[in-house]
Design a binder for this molecule. Structure first.
Ligand SMILES: *Cc1c(COP(=O)(O)O)cnc(C)c1O
Length: 411
């Protein structure tokens, strides 16, 4: 029986106790940590302390006495080992969208004479929108966008490509790129590689330094569990620091913000990638959330993520009612992220029926139901319950109910 098998796997799972570090509601199977990570129990206390002892007590002096001013840097250093970065290359700030603008412009400046940004067809929209926004802003003579399918990116590189922008794990299919190979291909063509780690950081080991990656961005509110709207992070390889300026020359990226000088002079290192005042509440939340990763073996985390998605895929395959679903997730472990994507023409309604059953998944147009597995807190019992619920919805055609046809703004 699948539930017995799941219980056995959970008993044998060395990471199972980590679930206790999260405040997950009873009776819910939460499989949307790839969209909004669950709440770590350490966060509320830290936020309360920040309100009471810092903002409430020491007011503006907190920028110095509680180190608020250094938080983007300090939280960046906590993220660095999760993405395989040596110190002084990661900064926690802004959103991925804003950081992409800064880093794409950086890449173009680092490759004068080249004008093309190569993007992947079907990548997350903001990556594409920001690229096109920057190209429109700079004008055709300075920046052009070229698109290629994920498996043809290396072939689309030529001597006009300044930077290849790729997301390690595709948000729709869950397909994972070989970061080392694609980065090498970009370098052989004389281009830089900018990686988006939105669906990898916190779910699996990432080796930015070892792969020779040039630039990267990543998300604070997905697998890092920093809370809704948590700041993102960016990575600039040491060899590319202090060479060029980034265009969002805000006062906190100045060498000496409190000199209030009339002329902008960039700070050294990644600090020049700060623009304006960060949200200290959001940084404190992410900082507390990251403590869950202390002492975690990322290889073990990856092994569990793969075991969970394997288990779920096998459970779905064993359900005759699930035959109508198309599995988009690669079978090969090397090509798989930490989610399972199943396509069905009635995907939106199926996702709503699952959510009504307490299996929290999400839907991505046009027809994809996503099951995100967060190896820090998801269990094999979660995977079993989701597969059973999915089979039950389909077998009873419960998703055909009228109420599941109405689309909410956030899917
Ligand atoms: C979630 C996600 C983002 C989010 O961008 P924000 O600007 O931080 O909202 C960007 N890129 C990818 C690939 C994502 O999955």
């Amino acid at each position: 029986m699948i539930y017995d098998e799941a219980a056995r796997r959970d008993r044998e799972d060395p990471l199972a106790p980590l679930r206790e570090a999260f405040a997950l509601p009873e009776g819910i199977v939460y499989l949307d940590g790839n969209s909004l990570g669950a709440l770590p129990k350490a966060v509320p206390g830290r936020i309360r302390a920040m309100l009471k002892d810092e903002w409430g007590q020491d007011l503006i002096a907190s920028w110095n006495c509680h180190g608020w001013i250094d938080l983007p840097q300090r939280v960046g250093e906590r993220i660095a080992p999760l993405v395989g970065a040596a110190p002084e290359q990661v900064l926690c700030c802004d959103s991925i969208s804003v950081n992409l603008f800064k880093l794409l412009a950086t890449a173009l400046a680092l490759r004068p004479g080249r004008h093309t940004i190569l993007v992947e067809a079907g990548d997350f929209p903001t990556d594409r929108y920001l690229t096109e926004g920057l190209a429109a802003f700079l004008g055709e003579t300075r920046c052009r966008v070229r698109e290629a399918p994920g498996d043809r990116l290396a072939d689309a590189l030529d001597d006009d490509v300044a930077v290849l922008l790729a997301t390690e794990v595709n948000f729709r299919s869950g397909r994972r790129h070989a970061m080392d190979e694609l980065t090498r291909a970009a370098h052989e063509a004389g281009a830089l590689a900018l990686w988006d780690l939105a669906h990898s950081a916190g779910a699996m080991p990432v080796a930015l330094d070892a792969c020779g990656v040039d630039l990267a961005v990543g998300c604070g509110y997905k697998f890092l569990n920093g809370g809704p709207g948590a700041p993102a992070f960016l990575y600039v390889a040491r060899r590319h620091q202090n060479v060029v300026e980034q265009p969002l020359t805000g006062w906190l990226g100045h060498r000496d913000p409190f000199a209030f000088a009339d002329r902008y002079q960039p700070a050294a290192g990644v600090l020049r990638y700060q623009a304006g005042t960060p949200s200290i509440l959001a940084l404190r939340s992410l900082e507390a959330a990251l403590e869950v990763f202390d002492g975690i073996d990322l290889q073990a985390l990856r092994a569990k993520s793969l075991a969970l998605t394997d288990f779920f895929l096998a459970a779905v395959a064993a359900e005759p009612a699930c035959e109508a679903l198309t599995v988009l997730t690669p079978g090969d472990h090397g090509e798989r992220g930490s989610q399972v994507s199943l396509a069905h023409p009635e995907g939106y309604a199926i996702a709503q029926a699952l959510i009504e059953d307490g299996v929290i998944v999400d839907f991505r147009a046009p027809d994809i139901v996503r099951f995100g597995f967060a190896p820090l807190y998801n269990s094999f019992a979660d995977a079993a319950a989701a597969a059973r619920s999915l089979a039950d919805v389909l077998a009873g055609a419960r998703h055909r109910a009228e109420r599941f046809r109405v689309r909410a703004r956030v899917t």
